[in-house]
Design a protein. Structure first.
Length: 247
């Protein structure tokens, strides 16, 4: 039986709660109200996350009666940490390396996350875990969301995703690049001008990395390339490049 400890957030008819379940703390995503569409989305999210089993992905423990029960991660999300400023480059690299390993696993299972951002990265000690596959695209399943529906967070969204394409795993590479840039500079790429850049204005400037992180500039630049073909071909390739940088 689920016993609510406190409400963590609510977006529309979906509420996220910290709860107790079988004598352990869990995080529950649940439908509050009646909506066949939202119920289908939660069922689809469960179908997607059941395919994933990786130490850097928050596990789904159970799904029943409109409730998705996830493992509880004691710690902070990356967005909260970055609210206090940039990370030291070595720590930023460590966090992003964990993200890339999580995404490499997901992509091999045919899953594109589609919403890689600091708020979906949980920090537990020295490790990072990827969470919230609510916008994820499983290439093996029939789409619920139309290809033209805009889902994601603009500051971390690849240009092709902004145009409605949600079937390219390299969109997640862009998201990781944006997270890395934010972690190194304290601000997401393109700031308040990101929508101008997403619609194709290459005149929008992107502030350079701080001096201590300049060695990472080629990795960041490639991950944030406008064209998917110019990015790293897969998460493992970016991980190799990241680990080759000497800081």
């Amino acid at each position: 039986m689920l016993e609510t400890v406190r409400v963590l957030s609510q977006r529309g008819l979906v509420r996220v709660e910290l709860a107790r379940w079988h004598d352990r703390l869990v995080v529950v995503k649940r439908l509050v109200g009646v909506s066949a569409e939202v119920a289908r989305r939660l069922e689809r999210e469960a179908d997607v996350v059941r395919k994933l089993d990786h130490p850097n992905i928050v596990p789904l423990l159970a799904a029943f009666d409109g409730n998705l029960v996830y493992g509880y991660v004691a710690g902070s999300d990356l967005a909260s940490v970055l609210a206090g400023g940039a990370l030291p480059p070595v720590r930023a690299v460590r966090v992003v390396a964990d993200l890339l390993q999580a995404l490499d696993h997901a992509h091999l299972q045919g899953v594109v996350h589609c919403d890689v951002k600091p708020g979906n990265v949980l920090l537990k000690g020295e490790h990072a875990l990827l969470t919230d596959f609510g916008f994820a695209k499983d290439l093996a399943l029939t789409a619920i969301t139309g290809d033209q529906e805009l889902l994601g967070t603009p500051n971390y969204m690849a240009p092709e995703q902004f145009q409605g394409v949600r079937t390219d795993h390299r969109s997640d590479i862009y998201g990781v690049g944006a997270v890395l840039y934010h972690a190194l500079t304290g601000e997401p790429p393109y700031g308040s001008q990101v929508l101008r850049w997403l619609v194709g204005d290459d005149r929008v400037p992107r502030a350079p990395l701080p001096a201590a992180a300049q060695a990472l500039a080629p990795v960041v630049d490639r991950a944030l390339a406008r064209e998917p073909e110019a990015r790293f071909p897969h998460a493992d390739a970016m991980l190799v490049a990241l680990r080759a940088v000497r800081l």
